[in-house]
Design a protein around this ligand. Structure first.
Ligand code: MN
Length: 284
């Protein structure tokens, strides 16, 4: 959903042509936060603290369902377009998210040290480079899972790069990443949890990506021909041997496995077709 700048620019053009000045540079503004969850709330997460394992956290950069018991998000959802891609370097300031409800354990980087698992981003650092604050936001530990290093650093990273490439080529992307189960294999072997049980190691990690050419009113222009990419990758170091495209599956498979309804705001007839189809498009 590109910003509707045209009337504004026309207005500036008229007012400035009268005194022959160029219009000032427009400030860089991120797309609105509502876009992060425009396609739906897969688990109907809410900010009711009673539902502590499906607790909605909505930031300008992404929205997520947090699982207090597991110490990780169930899923993270965000919008990506070239408007989000700027000059900011990776901040690397992993830190607890201190806005969790009172009394909840705040997972920190310390919980991952020596675990044999990477601090794996859901919404990637590279997708939020407009301002330092935006990039820094991706390093909150509520956006992080224990991810097998060979998955995080190879197929997962390549899929993220491909998504940014699609954005740079003039697409808008609606991305949801999540996980399920417990028990993965990192550099120290198999584990179901780390840090003495404070953080669950997922068994598998999934991602679903809706790709639309740039335009307006995104929900209304999704058709049965729209591109929808879905993958499920086991959280095991050995999974890094394959290209991410080899892990492609259907959104239906993610929904069956997790019990969530992804892209629930898309009209059901179109949703049914898109979610049953496995993507066969390019992967780099
Ligand atoms: Mn769905």
């Amino acid at each position: 959903m590109t910003r509707k700048l045209l009337p504004f620019l026309l207005l500036l053009g008229v007012s400035f042509s009268a005194c022959e000045k160029k219009p000032p540079e427009l400030p860089d503004m991120p797309p609105p936060a509502e876009l992060n969850i425009l396609m739906g709330n897969p688990s109907e997460a809410t900010t009711n603290v009673v539902n502590s394992n499906n607790y909605l956290i909505s930031l300008p950069e992404y929205a997520l369902s947090y699982n207090r018991t597991k110490g990780i998000p169930n899923w993270v959802s965000w919008y990506l377009s070239s408007e989000w891609l700027g000059p900011v370097n990776r901040q690397d300031d992993f830190r607890p998210y201190d806005q969790l409800p009172a009394g909840w354990y705040q997972v920190s980087s310390m919980d991952y040290i020596g675990s044999g698992f990477d601090r794996g981003h859901n919404c990637p650092s590279g997708d939020r480079t407009l301002t330092v604050a935006d990039n820094s936001s991706t390093f909150y530990m509520v956006n992080i899972i224990p991810q097998a290093p060979q998955v995080n650093q190879d197929p997962w990273e390549k899929m993220e790069t491909y998504c940014r490439q699609l954005a740079q080529q003039g697409n808008e992307l609606y991305i949801i990443m999540g996980n399920y189960g417990s028990g993965g294999t990192g550099n120290n072997g198999f584990a179901t949890t780390i840090s003495g049980g404070k953080v669950t190691v997922p068994a598998a990690v999934w991602k679903a990506v809706l790709v639309l050419p740039r335009g307006e009113n995104d929900l209304s222009r999704i058709t049965e021909n729209s591109r929808l990419i879905a993958v499920i990758i086991p959280n095991e170091n050995i999974a890094g041997n394959l290209h991410w495209g080899d892990y492609r599956t259907t959104v239906n498979q993610i929904e069956i496995t997790t019990g969530y309804d992804l892209f629930s705001n898309i009209p059901i007839a179109i949703q049914d077709i898109l979610e049953a189809r496995k993507d066969t498009g390019p992967t780099n």
